[in-house]
Write a protein that binds this ligand. Structure first.
Ligand SMILES: [Zn+2]
Ligand SMILES: [Zn+2]
Length: 256
């Protein structure tokens, strides 16, 4: 069985319930490295061998520089960061640039670094044991991808941050064994303009994209703004009731 633990799935911080995006797959893989990662103890951090990054926005990578610094010297192998070349370029230029943070792809030595990038583009897959990670299209303010995680028992999709993106929904429709679909709804409908401006979704925009009739998968909503959870859920229940959407929460665990 594959275990997915939600370390963080909120659109922001503020109190114990809210951590930004980080999903732990079993105990060795992360999808995004937002502030939820900071709740793991050192041993759990050191067990993580792979991080798949959807996009470079700070709420999805905030703990990446800190975790590599925390565990680098305790690990025998570099932490492998899987992302598109476009996202790698952003992280190298703006984060691991020896100004904001050390370039851990050359620390402590170029031949044996704490961190290694591994390019993973749309159309490619990365197999880690029986778990197969495949980027999916997304449309956001910066280069972004979602991920499908396929196992012999079914698939899970994490849609990343995205606004309306027909290629994403085409890809989802081609996954016959989809069990869980995690999609963002970053704003309530009262902030629809802001959702469009920032290339996110609100309930009515999401509903316009959902398949009809509903698929056999469970629809889970992430990236809801702290303080707007109730309003967003009410909107979702109004416009997407037949899909039985549930709001994802920190600490949730799903098995496939
Ligand atoms: Zn984003
Ligand atoms: Zn985000």
């Amino acid at each position: 069985m594959m275990k997915l633990t939600v370390l963080g799935c909120s659109g922001g911080i503020g109190g114990d319930a809210h951590r930004t995006t980080a999903l732990l797959v079993d105990d060795d893989v992360l999808i995004d490295a937002g502030t939820g990662v900071a709740d793991l103890d050192i041993d759990a951090l050191a067990r993580i061998d792979h991080v798949f990054i959807t996009h470079a926005h700070i709420d999805h990578i905030a703990c990446l520089p800190l975790m590599v610094d925390a565990v680098g010297a305790r690990r025998a192998m570099p932490l492998v960061v899987h992302c598109t070349r476009a996202t790698e370029a952003i992280l190298r230029t703006h984060l691991f640039n020896d100004v904001l943070w050390p370039d851990f792809t050359r620390v402590p030595a170029q031949a044996k670094p704490f961190l290694r990038f591994e390019p993973l583009e749309e159309g490619e897959s990365c197999a880690l044991g029986e778990r197969i990670f495949t980027p999916l299209p997304a449309k956001h303010g910066v280069p972004a991808v979602g991920f499908r995680v396929a196992t012999p028992r079914g698939s899970l999709v994490f849609g990343s941050d995205t606004t309306v993106c027909p290629p994403f929904w085409d890809a989802v429709a081609r996954i016959p064994d989809l069990r869980y679909l995690i999609v963002e709804t970053a704003f309530p409908d009262s902030q629809r303009k802001l959702a469009i401006q920032s290339e996110h979704l609100c309930p009515s925009l999401l509903a316009s994209q959902l398949p009809s009739p509903p698929g056999a998968f469970r629809l889970l909503i992430s990236h809801v703004k702290p303080g707007y959870v109730d309003e967003t859920l009410q909107d979702l229940q109004r416009v997407a009731e037949s899909h039985a959407p549930a709001i994802l929460a920190k600490g949730d665990i799903y098995w496939i």
